[in-house]
Design a protein around this ligand. Structure first.
Ligand code: SAH
Length: 226
């Protein structure tokens, strides 16, 4: 697999140009944070999907990654990263430690890894953790720590987090996770079941402000591990 990823990375010029077009589209779609746009312009999204889907990797769409799961579309990855960094202003803050729930193929974790000192990412499907850990190693993404576990429990040993990003939908805010946010920390998640809304909670002392943003569509957060 190492060789095939390297070979696939080798046809880089085409993908760099395609990525450039993706970044322009993200700008048109309203992503303003230049640091997030730069990160989206660097991470080779086509190497996070199966080779058969590679040509579609930069389209504005979710794609299957096996195990009934999907890689989120580029816009939502950029949007959640932007919200993790700041509100609606054009400049965000640097992130220290970030918790992602729902590692999947590792794409979003790799993007967050460009914006944070360290990303701990929980995934409930063991086989996906193994595959993604190997991919991240080959791509030399060294500051993302994939962990097998139920995201609902969070990762106490690594808390507090500057941001928690949940890449799967849940009907309510998992309150247990809020305690793992540091001061000024933010939780970004899709809230709901059939109808989902992007939700941001920000910690100020023991208070949390909640904002509900646009409608989104994510796979559900499931209990336990597999
Ligand atoms: N961020 C991912 C998108 C993953 S889709 C990417 O860039 O590819 C959502 C992922 O959340 C799936 O892989 C699913 O298995 C995982 N998931 C669902 N419920 C979970 C839970 N309770 N804990 C950890 N991971 C969970």
């Amino acid at each position: 697999m190492a060789e095939s990823l390297n070979l696939r990375a080798g046809i880089g010029m085409t993908s760099a140009r395609t990525r450039g077009r993706m970044v322009e589209r993200l700008r048109e779609q309203g992503i303003k944070d230049e640091i997030v746009l730069a990160a989206m312009g660097t991470v080779p999204r086509h190497l996070f999907v199966d080779q058969a889907l590679e040509s579609r990797a930069y389209e504005d769409t979710a794609l299957p990654i096996g195990f009934g799961q999907t890689i989120s579309n580029p816009y939502i990855v950029a949007r959640m990263a932007e919200l993790a960094r700041h509100g609606e202003a054009s400049q965000g803050r640097e992130l220290g430690r970030v918790l992602e729930i729902g590692l999947g193929c590792g794409y979003q974790a790799a993007v967050l890894g460009k914006l944070a000192r360290e990303v701990v990412s929980l995934e409930r499907i063991a086989a996906l953790v193994g595959k993604t850990r190997q991919r991240l190693r080959e791509l030399r993404v060294n500051n993302v720590k994939p962990k097998h576990g139920d995201g609902m429990a969070g990762a106490k040993d690594f808390a507090p987090f500057d941001a928690i990003v949940i890449a799967a939908a849940f009907a309510e805010v998992p309150h247990g996770l809020l305690a793992q946010l540091g001061e000024g920390g933010r939780l970004v998640m899709p809230l709901g079941n059939a109808t989902q809304t992007l939700c941001v909670l920000e910690r100020q002392g023991d208070q949390f402000t909640e904002r509900l943003l646009e409608g989104v569509k994510f796979v559900p957060l499931l209990p336990g591990v597999a």
